[in-house]
Design a protein. Structure first.
Length: 438
């Protein structure tokens, strides 16, 4: 729908209408570009090819390019850096930079991640997970929503201005990162590289709403050692898998204790499950007829904004240690805990920023509705900019279903609406100027 000029007073009504038309004119190409992104099986560590594709897309549009690797030492020294385990991605980060002829507007970072979570058994999908099928309004595929549609929207919001012979009158930095699903180190590395802006917009699939607050996240493993014997003498041994389930009970008690504190956190008070513990993987034992000598679980737990990752990690360690001390077997064989991924604090987005006001006007113009905000109980890269740059970090994106699940899909009508809102936001936030001659 065309924008309502009366509801976007800071942007010329005629320009706003032409921007909406330009987004619509480029939308078939945007859909095809999104499908191309989805076809890359860019799970953790396998993002090199898609980053090459992104590099070419940025370069072909004339953006200055920076392609660089993670700096392990710099990330390890930062309080928000996640562990660089053997499964950590070695794919490069790709940044495209638009520089105006005259820096008269406010600068902006547009970020998106290309890494996706594993698709799981393919036979549980209606369509193959990396074949981006369109059925009605929905585009299916792993990563279609989280967040390759947003990745494309970053690029095509700028393309819409270019189609009108315009460009932002301020520096705009397009960041294509990895490790968003595992450590957040990709976004943190761009920060450590020195990229800064007056505001940040990350179009994650947030149902056309603005994230007001989100949790921090810890990833950790717990390893329990048992005492193996033949099953005929089971009573003389100690089953590491059984013992691990008892440790999970202690972690569930910590989860319940933290959830009981939600009233002290305004953005979380009305949430039934503000803090979630997920036991995501379990492995153990060597033989069905032997009492298992070992068991290891991979866990994820959330934490409230304001609680540092280091404090939360100590609480996890203490909860397990306190339980093990009173357990007949574990008191002599304490579980081993290692932090192997996310080590990230949450954040709350302060109300009243001019960036939020501009996005609110753009959203109202593109959708006909006021911009709503909500709490997200998930990790978001916006934490880097909210916590360490202290700038408005806006997470806002399209309607989706089943992210991280089977038949993940994104609404194409919603993608067009949020791309329109993003283009309007860029035009007002950064200002516009005539495009430089190629």
């Amino acid at each position: 729908m065309p924008p309502d000029p009366a509801l976007s007073p800071a942007l010329d009504p005629d320009l706003a209408a032409r921007i909406a038309e330009a987004v619509a004119a480029g939308f078939p190409e945007q859909v095809a570009h999104t499908q191309a992104l989805v076809r890359f099986e860019s799970t953790r560590g396998a993002e090199h090819a898609i980053q090459d594709f992104v590099f070419r897309a940025f370069r072909d549009r004339g953006y200055a390019i920076d392609r660089f690797a993670m700096d392990a030492a710099a990330l390890a020294a930062h309080p928000g850096g996640g562990a660089l385990s053997e499964t950590h991605s070695r794919a490069p980060l790709v940044v495209g930079i638009h520089r105006p002829r005259a820096e008269t507007g406010r600068s902006l970072i547009l970020q998106a991640h290309v890494d996706v979570v594993p698709p799981g058994p393919a036979d549980l999908w209606t369509h193959p997970p990396f074949e981006p099928v369109i059925d009605g309004d929905w585009m299916y595929g792993r990563g279609a929503a989280d967040m390759k549609a947003g990745h494309a929207a970053n690029l095509f919001a700028l393309d819409a201005l270019a189609r009108l012979g315009l460009q932002p009158a301020a520096t705009v930095t397009l960041q294509s990162v990895v490790e968003e699903e595992s450590t957040g180190n990709g976004a943190l590395m761009t920060h450590l590289r020195g990229y800064r802006a007056d505001a940040v917009l990350i179009p994650e699939p947030e149902d056309e709403k603005l994230v007001r607050a989100n949790v921090g996240v810890l990833w950790f493993t717990v390893e329990v050692r048992g005492r193996p014997v033949h099953v005929r003498e089971m009573g003389a041994g100690a089953n590491a898998i059984d013992a691990t389930y008892r440790v999970i009970g202690a972690l569930r008690a910590l989860e319940a204790r933290w959830n009981a504190e939600k009233a002290a956190h305004p953005h979380f008070a009305d949430q039934p499950d503000a803090i979630n513990l997920n036991v995501g993987r379990i492995e153990g034992g060597d033989w069905a007829s032997s009492v298992p000598a070992w068991c290891r679980i991979d866990c994820r737990i959330a934490l409230y904004p304001g609680l540092s990752a280091a404090e939360a990690a100590r609480a996890v360690e203490q909860a397990v240690a306190d339980f093990a001390r009173d357990d007949a077997f574990l008191s002599n064989t304490p579980p081993r805990i290692a932090f192997n991924g996310f080590f990230a604090e949450g954040y709350a987005l302060a109300e009243g920023s001019e960036a939020e006001a501009v996005l609110g006007r753009a959203h109202r113009a593109a959708t006909g509705r006021d911009l709503e905000s909500f709490m997200s109980p998930s990790y978001l890269d916006t934490r880097v900019y909210a916590l360490y740059d202290r700038v408005p970090a806006l997470c806002y994106g399209p309607i989706s279903q089943n992210i991280h699940g089977f038949d993940e899909r994104v609404s194409l009508a919603s993608v067009q609406r949020i791309t329109t809102a993003m283009a309007l936001f860029i035009a007002e936030w950064c200002g516009t100027e005539r495009r430089s001659a190629p």
